[in-house]
Design a binder for this molecule. Structure first.
Ligand code: HEC
Length: 149
């Protein structure tokens, strides 16, 4: 019985709630970049929302992740492909291909290269909005993902 509980315990907790030093470094660098850009966007009155968004929160990032966007007869949310829990494996809504979890706490391959993240981010934002996301949106989203343990 004791053995069984031990094994069940191991199986029940495959989540490695830990973000590597490398991921922390890359995400901090990205956040600093976005912060700078967000201030610039606020100054240039890039959009109404951008004017007031120069500090970032987990709540706003979570909202961004779940926000429904209608575009080209499709109805997208980030969570549509990446699931409502970014620690879980996602599934592409069109190709049905599996997508490895986004949360850095369970996937050590995420957020390990500034350039790659930026490229992915921009591509996805274009997929969903036909524009790149504002710096404040990216910063909120990263703040949220860093908080997911
Ligand atoms: C139509 C499906 C789909 C939607 C919608 C989608 N993604 Fe993705 N996302 C993917 C796929 C596919 C990948 C790449 C899979 C991989 O690298 O394993 C990916 C990868 C990413 C990565 C990769 C990070 C890294 O460095 O590895 C980030 C960040 C990301 N998505 C953020 C978002 C955000 C934010 C949204 C909402 C604005 C979003 N995604 C919406 C399918 C989607």
């Amino acid at each position: 019985m004791f053995m069984f509980l031990t094994v069940a315990g191991l199986i029940a907790s495959p989540v490695r709630a830990e973000i590597t030093a490398k991921q922390t470094e890359v995400m901090k660098q990205l956040l600093a970049q976005y912060q700078e850009k967000a201030i610039e966007e606020a100054k240039n009155k890039k959009s109404k929302a951008a004017q007031s968004q120069t500090s970032f929160t987990v709540v706003a990032g979570r909202e961004f992740y779940l926000q429904r966007r209608s575009w080209q007869e499709n109805d997208f949310t980030c969570s549509g492909c990446h699931t409502e829990d970014p620690r879980k494996e996602g599934k592409h809504i069109e190709t049905k291909k599996p997508i490895k979890p986004l949360a850095p706490s369970v996937n050590p391959e995420r957020f390990t290269e500034v350039k790659k993240v930026e490229k992915n981010f921009t591509e996805h934002c274009y997929d969903l909005h036909d524009r790149d996301c504002r710096a404040y949106e990216k910063a909120n989203f990263l703040t949220y993902l860093m908080s997911v343990k």
